[in-house]
Design a protein around this ligand. Structure first.
Ligand code: ADP
Ligand code: ZN
Ligand code: ZN
Length: 754
């Protein structure tokens, strides 16, 4: 090898960044003159194809090894002058995702690149009233005399519409004039017709409101500090820690106002948009048409319209779930992550990125600020705030006049001892009765869905399992057994398939069972149930929540989806049916998750003028997550939880890398994990602080949809050590024949157990 060869660098380049072509990668040599300037994201000019036509492409990866015969390899010609910063930025983001979370570059690129498929915006007709007050009055009189009732309704609607203007669709709700009819009225100078681009806007029924709440002292401090920083060009990471109902959303609105004033754009992430309709509504009420929404339940057309408006700078505020983080905002000034502790911010497919860390990376890359908000910040974020890496704002008081609720813990073991066989403790029963009598509303929360946990035989103990997944089937009241992982369904025939005994019964507790118990014990109550089964249809969430907010039901019963972000002034009682259900999961984060859920649930009570009550029913009244949740003391929980994490070397102190191996062949997956383990052990020989290898073997969900799953957990104080090891393993796992047909996934600092 000559001296020159040693320093050769090769660049993987993609020519076309449409989704379909992201995997078409071409390798080029990087000439010495360009080596300094080249990194992932950079746009270059290259000779392409037989005729060496000059084309442009993006560098996505650099390496020192070529996988192409040297004599056929071409050189990059030059850096592209008219670089498109947005695409470059996204490719840099992809390179970050690939490195930090361990996916292929292709998977990473697909995650960050917006779907290029453009669907033409629909056209719509806008109708505007042209007459002044005097003319309108005359018109009304004439039409009244002639009994033109449809025209009168039309006129009425126009008079009341903002800017005296209606879309054709809005008009259709009142009367049904044809195009001809309308054109005639236009000739008479009564109305003006305009063709407009009609962006598909799923929240188009929301209207802008003019008045603003004056911020309270705590809110003002945060907002003023941000505005001062932002005005001076200072970009930071902030943590807004505010108890439930302390008015974090009002603060976000104030920050965004400042960012818009400076001519920049903002991205607001919320955990799951369909569950936080009310939050979206408040943004609309303040900023109206400047908002673009992005979420997974949107149609392709709606999504494409949102992208167009963001790119064009027509929409300056993007609201959406996790993936809205990759919105093509050209002048990004601020990223807000509401409910930053929420598990929905971690992707469950490769790259398994966390929106919080990824947002921090994008903010740095583009010179934006980052604001994280929560009533129960993640251990990661609060630790960083304590270290001064995040600037901390604290909101201790509720926003308006509302007081924090009174919380009572009920020991279910005691209830049982004293002969209460109901799902509801005596105290909860009493309070439910009281609220029903007062016509106040109630939310009941159960961290489970379905009718019962599982079905088993009382003679031989056989548990009915899904034939495709290593998971017990769940009984539903229509008489079916269902797998919640793969959707497998079979009939429940009350006979044990093993011993043929007829004593097969359902155990545990689900929303359907609670619903049935409510119907028995409180027949007069109007109950709404909200869980995965009642919200399968698009917009089902909003419909249930709207029904409840209109006061058309007394009790809203549901799983964790009811605890997120709803603000009902008339809810004065929140009952948590069994707080322990989420506590005993084999997961080092289960205490944190339980605490967060309980606080969020409790925070739903008493948001209006009346103080609320919260009843937490539990079999573990002494567990610190429950004790501290009852006190609504995040600080106490944080102390206890961090002591536990520190002692057992869990994140955020140490870091974890999971390697998940999947195969349709059970033996193959077991063999693969053994080989990986061996490779890791060898790599750590003689290392002073080696990575710690934990629980290699079957995943706790060992089979899913007929695929066998094996895992290794790796732990180390320094996350870079784990990432470095992953970088060395990945090429072997991707290319070595021993791992052909095996799917390997990485998960850095996982939030769920495997
Ligand atoms: P969080 O997001 O912290 O849970 P919200 O922003 O939803 O809190 O505010 C809770 C309630 O308090 C809302 O009804 C909101 O309108 C009200 N609120 C917030 N800030 C103020 C304020 N400065 N003055 C009066 N009411 C406020
Ligand atoms: Zn299954
Ligand atoms: Zn049996």
């Amino acid at each position: 090898m000559t001296e020159k060869d040693k320093h050769k660098i090769y660049a993987d380049i993609i020519i076309d960044i449409s989704h379909e072509a992201l995997d078409k990668v071409f390798q080029y040599r990087v000439p010495f003159s360009l080596q300094e300037a080249i990194r992932p994201g950079v746009k270059v000019r290259i000779p392409f194809g037989k005729g060496n036509q000059e084309r442009e492409g993006y560098v996505i990866h650099l390496s020192e090894k070529s996988n192409y015969p040297e004599e056929k390899m071409k050189d990059i010609l030059s850096l592209s002058k008219n670089a498109v910063p947005m695409e470059s930025q996204m490719i840099e983001m992809a390179a970050f995702l690939k490195y930090q979370y361990g996916s292929s570059m292709y998977q990473a690129l697909k995650t960050v690149m917006p779907v290029k498929e453009r669907i033409r915006p629909k056209m719509t007709m806008q109708i505007t009233l042209l007459t002044d007050e005097y003319e309108t009055e005359n018109l009304r009189k004439i039409w009244e005399r002639r009994h033109f009732t449809a025209r009168l309704r039309f006129l009425e609607a126009l008079c009341h519409a903002p800017d005296h203007s209606l879309s054709r669709e809005e008009m259709n709700a009142v009367c049904s004039f044809s195009r001809k009819d309308l054109e005639k009225m236009e000739e008479q100078k009564i109305i003006l017709l305009q063709e407009k681009m009609n962006y598909r806007n799923p929240f188009s029924n929301l209207k802008k409101k003019e008045e603003k709440l004056p911020l309270n002292e705590e809110q003002r401090l945060a907002a003023e500090e941000f505005c001062k920083d932002f005005g001076q060009g200072i970009r930071k990471n902030y943590l807004l820690y505010g108890v439930t109902g302390s008015g974090k959303t009002e603060v976000y609105l104030a920050l965004i106002e400042e960012v818009l004033k400076q001519g920049m754009q903002a991205i607001v992430l919320i955990p799951e948009i369909s569950l936080t309709y009310q939050t979206v509504r408040r943004f609309y009420e303040r900023f109206g048409e400047q908002i673009a929404v992005l979420h997974s339940r949107m149609s392709k057309g709606e999504r494409s319209d949102s992208y167009l408006r963001i790119e064009a700078g027509e929409a300056n505020i993007v609201i959406g779930a996790r993936s809205a983080l990759f919105a093509p905002t050209k002048k990004l000034g601020l990223i807000i992550i509401d409910e930053e502790h929420d598990g929905a911010y971690k992707s469950d497919s490769s790259p398994k990125y966390h929106a919080r860390e990824t947002a921090e990376y994008r903010a740095k890359l583009t010179g934006a600020s980052l604001v994280l908000g929560s009533a129960t910040p993640s251990m990661e974020s609060f630790l960083r705030a304590q270290k001064g890496e995040y600037h901390l704002w604290t909101l201790k008081k509720r926003g308006g006049q509302a007081l924090l609720p009174e919380v009572t813990v009920v020991d279910l073991k005691e209830e049982f001892k004293e002969g209460n066989r109901s799902i509801f403790s005596r105290e909860l029963q009493e309070k439910i009765r009281d609220r029903l009598a007062k016509k106040e509303q109630i939310m009941l929360f159960l961290n489970r869905r379905g009718f019962a946990g599982f079905v088993s035989c009382r003679s031989c103990g056989t548990v009915m399992k899904c034939p495709h997944c290593d998971i017990s089937l769940t009984y539903h009241r229509n008489g079916s057994l269902r797998c919640h992982y793969c959707g497998f369904e079979s009939r429940f025939d009350r006979q044990c398939p093993v011993c043929k005994s007829a004593h097969v019964a359902a155990f545990g507790l689900g929303t359907e069972k609670v619903e049935a118990a409510l119907a028995m014990e409180f027949p007069e109550a109007r109950v709404l149930r909200m869980d995965m089964d009642t919200t399968k249809k698009k917009n089902a969430h909003e419909e249930i929540l709207r029904t409840f907010s209109r006061g058309e039901a007394d009790i809203l019963l549901g799983t964790q989806m009811i605890v997120k972000g709803h603000d009902y002034a008339n809810v004065t009682l929140v009952g948590i049916i069994a707080a322990d259900l989420s506590l005993h999961a084999q997961d080092f984060r289960s205490g944190e998750k339980t605490f967060q859920l309980l606080c969020q649930a409790a925070g739903r009570a008493g948001r209006g003028q009346k103080q609320g009550d919260v009843i937490i029913q539990t079999y573990s009244p002494d567990h610190y997550a429950i004790v501290t949740a009852a006190k609504q003391s995040y600080e106490e929980f944080y102390e206890e939880e961090m002591a536990f994490r520190k002692m057992l070397h869990y994140p955020p102190y140490d870091h974890i890398l999971v390697i998940l191996v999947q195969s349709g062949d059970e033996n193959q997956s077991a063999l693969a994990i053994q080989r990986i383990q061996k490779m890791i052990v060898q790599s750590q020989e003689g290392v002073e602080h080696p990575v710690q290898i934990m629980n290699p073997g079957q995943a706790s969900l060992s089979k899913l949809k007929d695929i066998y799953r094996q895992v290794i957990y790796l732990k180390h104080r320094d996350g870079e050590v784990l990432l470095d090891l992953k970088e060395r393993l990945q090429p072997v796992l991707e290319t070595h024949a021993l791992f052909a047909g095996i799917n390997v996934q990485f998960d850095y600092d996982p939030i769920h157990n495997y």
